[in-house]
Design a protein around this ligand. Structure first.
Ligand code: DGY
Length: 331
């Protein structure tokens, strides 16, 4: 029987990644095979079986880590490496209680997520979803019927409010500065020294909602900010406001968002994240012309995904050796 550590991967690592070579060199690797099962995401009952006896767990969203999974793995589990910067799928308190270090992938995806957020902001402001639907539905000719056909909103000269000026929020702010915005507001638990790089003005959440033409959520998830964007929050926003969520779906009360969009209380929304993911194709948010939904594409560039895979592999290997992780989650 092999004495090498055992690692379970809930998703394949591209073979050209250094991380794949490193893991294969020193571990017995078992990878969930979505082709075999026909499910992109490992079904929970299979996951609970597959992790039994492993020393390391390498996971991709949206696999949930909780006491049940940790129990199923067993007490020999030494490390968890998540291929994400977001952590709301992991019960960190439970990992801390069991002294299991958790590694994640900050920094390596910041540029990709910031670029994706800009793309979603532009697509939402300029009504790309309606435009594409018009082209595919043979409605393009209407362009000439009204000079305001499919007119959207300018980013130039607008007031942008960023909720959570962390790494990704700052990346979004820097890019938006190049569009000639008039003010950059931000809110969060505390003011940030790096806000000076973008002339960011620290304001309260309410002030940000009231003053912003674009409200962009880039914050991490805490127990306090579940459904931060609820009927009350949408009610405080301008009727012309555009709401963008690049964080996590749980931040938004989607029923309240539907009402705000359908009633014209706000102009439009762009969501890269939803609850649940995937959003069912018959979900009522998808019926709205002014709601653009992307399938959680934030970090979806080859460069970012490879870097995430490599860093996750290095986190896992360090944990297996009992060494400090290159990118540990503070527990
Ligand atoms: C993350 O890593 O948390 C991102 O949401 C992935 O796109």
């Amino acid at each position: 029987m092999s004495t090498r550590p055992r690692i379970y991967l809930t998703q394949k690592i591209p073979e050209e990644c250094e991380g794949w070579r490193l893991l294969r060199e020193s571990c017995d690797v078992k990878v969930y095979d979505e082709i075999e099962t026909g499910h992109m995401i490992v079904p929970r009952d299979q996951l609970l079986r597959d992790v039994r006896g492993v020393d390391a767990l390498y996971l991709a969203l949206p696999v949930q880590v909780d006491a049940e999974l940790l129990d199923a793995a067993g007490p020999q589990l030494k490390v968890i490496a998540t291929k994400s910067v977001g952590l709301n799928h992991i019960d960190l308190a439970e990992c801390a209680r069991r002294n299991i270090p958790v590694g994640y992938t900050p920094d390596v995806l910041t540029d990709a997520v910031a670029e994706a957020t800009i793309a979603l902001t532009l697509a939402t402001a300029r009504r790309h979803k309606e435009g594409i639907q018009a082209v595919h539905g043979g409605q393009w000719g209407k362009t000439w019927e009204s000079s305001l056909y499919l007119c959207g909103k300018d980013i130039c000269n607008s007031v942008v409010g960023i909720v959570g000026l962390g790494r990704i929020g700052l990346g979004v702010a820097k890019r938006l500065r190049a569009f000639g915005i008039s003010r950059l507001l931000y809110c969060g638990r505390a003011s940030k020294p790096h806000a000076a790089e973008v002339n960011g003005e620290y304001v309260s959440f309410d002030e940000l909602l009231k003053m912003s033409d674009f409200v962009i959520a880039c914050c991490s998830i805490t127990p306090e900010n579940h459904h931060l964007f609820n009927a009350d929050a949408f009610g405080k926003m301008k009727k012309s406001a555009i709401f963008i969520n690049a964080s996590r779906g749980i931040l938004v009360d989607q029923d309240a968002l539907y009402v705000a969009l359908a009633s014209g209380q706000i102009f439009a929304a762009g969501l890269d994240v939803t609850t649940p993911e995937p959003l069912p194709p018959d979900h009522r948010l998808l019926t709205l012309p002014n709601c653009t939904v992307h399938p959680h594409l934030g970090s979806a560039t080859v460069t970012a995904r490879h870097a995430m895979a490599d860093l996750s592999a290095r986190n896992a290997l360090a944990g297996l050796r009992g060494e400090p992780l290159p990118a540990p989650v503070p527990l």
